[in-house]
Design a protein around this ligand. Structure first.
Ligand code: BG6
Length: 478
């Protein structure tokens, strides 16, 4: 109502996540009027900054065209800063007083509050406890947003999760996986359940293998001790890639509403068998001519065994999928920037031509959104030779992508609108930890060593053989 103001508080406001992701999104939302211009933005952290200093730190991360320069200034002046600790109640009482005062100064009676926790794991428990006790809106809603890491193993996850649920109700907790906000990831459900031609062949009778691969050409994200403690499986595979796998594999939800979708995703995740060390290849990059090896990176232990690459083979034990390998492959310091889902169909049965190829549906998530259907046609001319080609739906030429919000924008709008569809439930996360528990235990006990690959290459050599053995036919077209 007109008596209410939205207050977005970013905890950990001086950190990397806040500067590089959260504030740029808040700025875009403000600029595009996706949130009311009257909203208040409060940064909270331990560092003692003046408001001027805080603005100075944010500015380099916020892009604005010339005509938006004044608007950016206005936005920056709305980015207030409050210093405080993460463990003392007094700090949170003060934060609450501050928010109340600012709301009153705007001439409003009520507030809706988002608390974005851009914080390291060790402080999450105390922070959520104090927030719940001291900083909830009196009239109006309060929501908290958290991102991974949700613990470091099944036990620590359960303890964190139980703790959160003591402080906040389930519907107040938004557990974020930003891949769920990407346009092509959201498109998966429509593609699958809105097109009869796919719907009917989407099972083990017709599908040979599924591969989901996210390749990063840089070492982005490894320049800190966080990555070294987590490794690529916790950082990417068991959240972003597993979420994609569950969207590919789940049964049709009753409706496209949050509860129905989340219910089906969970049911599907429960069918995934655990991943043992026989079902993975892990790798770690070594130096190339112009980039150092992983162990030489800042913040990384000199003898670190943390994987920067992994491919895992998963089996889903249900009637639709049993026996179809789901290959989840991901790495840093690889030869290209590409994220895609490939559904490879079986060979033709009763083949009458000389060598047709497996059909493949490719959903490219980034860098350029695209759907391709790989198929065979007749080579023009007198013979019946086959030519491999594809139907190509490249987004920029065919659909209005520019209008779509980015992943973080979409998800933050969802938070403000109270839409939980694209957020994770605790039960889903628990399944993710269960699925990967054996392989984490083996890596931690050093029972599997990462295989070396050169920075900028395609990854460890045995990965290709592993994928081929699993039944996926590699690079048959490009
Ligand atoms: C983050 C990981 O969740 O996702 C990073 O922690 C990774 O390590 C990033 O670089 C990749 O996200 P995107 O959207 O650039 O593919």
């Amino acid at each position: 109502t007109e008596n209410t103001v939205t207050v977005i508080t970013v905890l950990g406001a001086s950190g990397y996540l806040a500067k590089s992701k959260v504030y740029p999104v808040l700025w875009t939302m403000y600029r595009k009027s996706l949130i009311p211009r009257s909203s208040l933005f409060v940064g909270y952290a331990r560092s003692k900054f003046t408001s001027e200093e805080f603005m100075g730190r944010l500015r380099p991360h916020l892009e604005a065209s010339e005509e938006d320069a004044t608007l950016l200034d206005k936005f920056l002046h709305r980015c207030e800063y409050q210093v405080g600790t993460y463990d003392e109640e007094e700090s949170f009482r003060k934060l609450n007083e501050y928010i109340d005062l600012r709301v009153a100064a705007k001439g409003k009676l009520y507030s809706n509050r988002v608390f974005y926790l851009a914080l390291p794991i060790p402080v999450i428990k105390t922070v959520t406890e104090h927030l719940s006790k001291h900083c909830q809106a009196q009239a109006g809603w309060t929501r908290i947003v958290l991102e991974k890491p949700f613990g470091t193993d099944l036990e620590s996850f359960k303890s964190l999760s139980a703790h959160l649920l003591k402080s906040f109700k389930e519907e107040q907790i938004y557990r974020m996986d930003h891949y769920l906000g990407k346009e092509m990831v959201q498109n998966l459900l429509l593609l699958r359940f809105g097109n009869r031609i796919f719907h009917s062949v989407w099972n083990r009778n017709h599908i040979k293998a599924v591969i989901i691969s996210v390749k990063e050409p840089t070492a982005l994200g490894v320049y800190n001790t966080y990555f070294d403690q987590q490794g690529i499986i916790r950082d990417m595979i068991q959240n972003h890639l597993l979420q994609l796998a569950s969207l590919v594999a789940m049964e049709a939800p009753l409706t496209p509403k949050a509860d129905d979708i989340r219910k089906e995703k969970l049911k599907c995740l429960r069918c995934f068998e655990q991943v043992t060390s026989d079902n993975v290849v892990i790798g770690q990059y070594t130096a190339s001519a112009d980039h150092c090896g992983y162990r030489e990176e800042e913040g990384v232990g000199a003898a670190s065994n943390t994987p920067t690459f992994a491919v895992a083979r998963l089996n889903i034990r249900n009637d639709r999928w049993d026996g179809v390998p789901f290959l989840l492959k991901c790495g840093k310091g690889l030869n290209e920037n590409k994220a895609e889902v490939r559904i490879q169909f079986k060979e033709n049965a009763g083949e009458i031509f000389n060598g047709t190829h497996r059909n493949e549906l490719v959903l490219r998530v980034q860098p350029k959104e695209q759907v391709q259907l790989k198929m065979d046609v007749k080579q023009p001319g007198m013979s019946f030779d086959t030519a491999q080609t594809h139907l190509d739906l490249s987004y920029p030429e065919r659909l209005q992508l520019a209008a779509a919000p980015t992943a973080y924008e979409r998800l933050l709008i969802d938070v403000i609108q109270g839409n939980t569809t694209n957020f994770l439930t605790a039960a889903e996360l628990e399944e993710a930890w269960r699925i990967f528990a054996p392989v984490h235990a083996d890596i931690d006990a050093r029972k599997i060593q990462p295989e070396a690959y050169t920075y900028g290459s395609r990854g460890p050599e045995s990965a290709d053989a592993f994928i081929k053995d699993a039944g996926y036919q590699y690079e048959q077209y490009d």
